[in-house]
Design a protein around this ligand. Structure first.
Ligand SMILES: [Zn+2]
Length: 225
């Protein structure tokens, strides 16, 4: 906690002067590019990994980067918090992209994979049921990348399952169909610091290096035309 408190003072003294004008503008409105859904894990730091700044990302974090699916009338079958973030991002902020980002060595995925909670955690156990489809898919269809550890194989499939859950929300489905919203699945490897994006054509996560980034940007531009 000492590190956290002193960090506030360090920001205030060293960084705030550089951000003062930006914060002043942002106080009036935000126009983020994307809703970024990721895990609460302390090792996943979106603004560091994506070189993003205040106002760039509307972020929703929870254990396991899960999105409870919606009923046919668009109401979440789980926690309303996730559904509210989706509604706010899509309907009010009108984001053009939603990224679901999983990661390696995810405690939530380890727990789902082993089905063996180390601590008595009734809320967490119930919450993690939203990743059950990913475990089922791993069992039935196998991994996208067999070289990964089993919980990382699950984590990658979980990203795809959560994208499907997103599509159960009518407002998401409508915007995607209208071409106004693009859903992407990303995966962060903590050990190497590499970010991967899911490629439908190769049915695999591919590292976002400069060449991959250019392909992704060209595809987004083509869609926008
Ligand atoms: Zn995690």
């Amino acid at each position: 906690m000492r590190k956290l408190i002193l960090g506030i003072v360090e920001f205030r003294e060293k960084m705030l002067p550089h951000y003062a004008e930006q914060f002043n503008k942002l106080a009036l409105a935000q126009t983020p590019d994307a809703l970024f859904v990721t895990c609460s894990d302390s090792r996943v730091v979106p603004d560091l990994l994506a070189s993003t700044h205040p106002g760039d990302l509307f972020t929703m974090r929870n254990v396991g980067n899960l999105i409870p699916p919606a009923t046919t009338d668009g109401v979440s079958t789980g926690d309303l918090s996730e559904a509210s973030a989706i509604e706010y991002a899509v309907l009010v902020l009108k984001v053009a992209n939603i990224v679901v980002c999983g990661h390696s060595e995810c405690g939530a995925m380890k727990s789902v994979y082993s089905r063996n909670a180390k601590v008595k955690s009734p809320n967490l156990d119930k919450w993690l049921c939203h990743a059950n489809n990913a475990a089922f898919r791993l069992e039935q269809e196998g991994p996208l990348d067999g070289r990964l550890k089993p919980h990382d194989q699950l984590s990658q499939l979980n990203v795809l399952v959560q994208l499907e859950h997103l599509m159960t929300y009518p407002i998401v489905r409508q915007q995607v169909t209208a071409g106004a919203l693009v859903l992407s699945g990303w995966w962060f490897d903590i050990a190497t610091g590499d970010m991967y994006a899911y490629e439908r054509s190769s049915r695999s996560f591919e590292v976002i290096d400069r060449a991959m980034a250019e392909r992704m940007i060209a595809r987004l531009a083509a869609r926008a035309r």
